[in-house]
Design a protein. Structure first.
Length: 551
């Protein structure tokens, strides 16, 4: 039987009591923002709890002083090669606690954890009937053969509900990192001064609430209440991202894994913080986790681009390419950035590298797309045309490659770039050995026939230009000779009729204007005749004033 639902519509206490009343055996999974927790029941009684971040039983025994680390290490050595749990070698021996004492400790811890879970539970649930608990449970806790009645747990949880509500107002999440005020000491009215001292010593900012509580695993509820009181009384405060990053930097050299955990916690709160992303890339590389470092660098480059910092994005991508030289997404982003910034040489270099990456697993259509894109920004790069044709062949389209190379080679021949054209024609023959145009073109290039033809065309063009110039010059010269002859006749007419002496200026101007009208294309008509006409007009105007002056 499987039952699922939402704890907003059903009370967890009622659900647990129903499981106990029907003596169910199975696993109850609870999923909330705090993570997943699983309770295993045997005939209606609680026997185990699995929860993210919960300290294993044997490590809790060491943390609480019931067992030494040396005893735990020795027990683990004995446990290797056997099917027994580690806890089986931690009791009954000389200087070791008895099994009954360990079971009492384990039972107290389980009851505390389950009561806290019931009191603060929310989210979704699913109960599956199954005889075996499945993976993820603590085998040492299973070996203790614990069996807790639900009723006392629900009663204790009910008593704690109000306390948990107050705790969560002050500490909304177990992921919050707390730092104690310098010189802070517990208040005199604290119920457990020793527990308070232990917690204050743990609040150096490097631990979150869950880790601080783990320092006192046998009294988690009391620890939560004390921590909430510290925050309320300002004995401790949550640290910000900058402080968390500084703590990670101080920890990185001696414990890079711990630094990585701290940086990741900062990123959980601020996933686009560039300082945290840079730190994650650095720590992941130190831990020899290139994929994690590259993921951080990709996101870092994306954030830099969104915030208008292309140079910083380029640095992040360069670091990523160093760590993962075969990652196509890095080269694709680097190519796009180079194209956007107009860095043609960098674009060609990154594009060709991306083509090589795509070709390795046979992604030839993608390689062809990249080359097609590069040709739009670097059409004069001979190698790009060759690679494009080869990609066409790889894609099963050799004729398209031949056509592309032929067109480009023809253009090069037209520009007298014969060696470059020969290279392309040779590539055509490598694809299509029977191509007649390529064969004939190479022969003509080698025999310099194309060069001679071009020379003849150049000579023909020069002759045509010279002939045209001569014809134009001859035409204008003829116009000029005729205009000069007409002007000479006009001068004779003006002189023979004594037009100027007789004051017939308008008649003289009309004679000149007639010459200009009959010979409009002559230089004389453009410059000399207008000047002569203007001079006659000035004389006419001056003569018209003499009678007035005489009077």
């Amino acid at each position: 039987m499987t039952v699922s639902g939402d704890l907003a519509t059903i009370d967890l206490a009622d659900l647990l009591q129903n499981i106990e009343a029907h003596t169910r055996t199975g696993t109850l999974s609870l999923l909330s923002d705090a993570g997943e927790a699983r309770l295993h029941f045997k005939e209606g009684r609680v026997v185990m709890l699995a929860r993210e971040g919960r300290t294993p039983l044997v490590e809790m025994l060491v943390a609480t002083g019931h067992v030494t680390q040396k005893q735990l290490d020795a027990a683990r050595k004995k446990q290797k090669g056997t099917r027994k749990p580690t806890s089986a070698f931690l009791c009954g021996g000389r200087g070791q606690p008895e099994l009954a004492a360990l079971r009492t400790i384990a039972e107290h811890r389980l009851s505390e954890d389950v009561a806290n879970l019931i009191a603060s539970a929310d989210g979704e649930f699913k109960f599956e009937e199954q005889a075996r608990p499945g993976r993820g449970f603590d085998v040492d806790e299973y070996a203790m053969q614990l069996s807790l009645s639900v009723a006392p747990l629900v009663l204790e949880a009910t008593r704690r509900v109000d306390d948990w509500a107050e705790i969560r107002k002050l500490i909304p999440s177990d992921h919050v990192h707390l730092r104690a005020r310098d010189g802070a000491t517990p208040d005199d009215d604290v119920e457990d001064p020793e527990l308070a001292e232990t917690l204050l010593a743990a609040l150096d900012g490097s631990r979150n609430v869950a880790e601080a509580v783990e320092a006192v695993p046998d009294e988690p509820f009391a620890a939560y209440k004390l921590l909430a009181g510290f925050v309320r009384d300002r004995v401790a405060r949550p640290i910000d991202t900058a402080e968390l990053l500084q703590i990670a930097a101080d920890t990185e050299r001696d414990d890079p894994e711990r630094a990585r955990v701290l940086v990741q916690r900062g990123l959980d709160a601020e996933p686009q913080n560039t300082d945290l992303l840079q730190a994650m890339a650095r720590v992941a590389e130190r831990l020899n986790r290139p994929s994690a470092a590259v993921d951080a660098l990709k996101l870092l480059a994306h954030v830099h681009l969104e915030q208008g910092r292309p140079e910083a994005a380029l640095l992040a991508l360069t670091d990523g390419k160093r760590l993962a030289p075969s990652d196509p997404s890095l080269w694709q982003r680097s190519l796009q950035l180079a194209l956007t910034q107009g860095r043609r040489e960098d674009a060609v270099r990154d594009g060709l590298q991306l083509v090589a990456i795509y070709r390795a697993p046979g992604l030839h259509p993608r390689a062809r797309e990249v080359l097609d894109r590069l040709l739009t920004v670097a059409p004069d790069e001979l190698s790009l045309h060759v690679e494009f044709a080869r990609s066409c062949v790889d894609c099963g389209r050799p004729q398209e490659g031949v056509q592309h190379l032929t067109q480009r080679a023809r253009a090069l021949v037209a520009d007298a770039e014969y060696l470059a054209a020969r290279t392309l024609f040779e590539e055509v023959l490598a694809i299509a050995p029977d191509d007649q145009e390529a064969t004939l073109s190479i022969e003509r290039i080698d025999s310099e026939e194309f060069a001679r033809r071009a020379a003849r065309r150049r000579r023909a063009r020069r002759f045509a230009v010279a002939s045209l110039a001569l014809a134009v010059f001859g035409t204008f010269a003829t116009f000029e000779v005729l205009a000069r002859s007409a002007l000479l006749q006009a001068h004779r007419l003006i002189g023979s009729e004594r037009m100027i002496e007789r004051g017939l200026y308008d008649d003289a101007i009309a004679v000149l204007q007639q010459v200009r009208t009959e010979h409009p294309m002559a230089v004389t008509s453009w410059f000399e005749l207008p000047a002569m006409a203007a001079d006659l007009q000035q004389r006419r105007d001056a003569a018209a004033q003499w009678p007035a002056i005489g009077r």
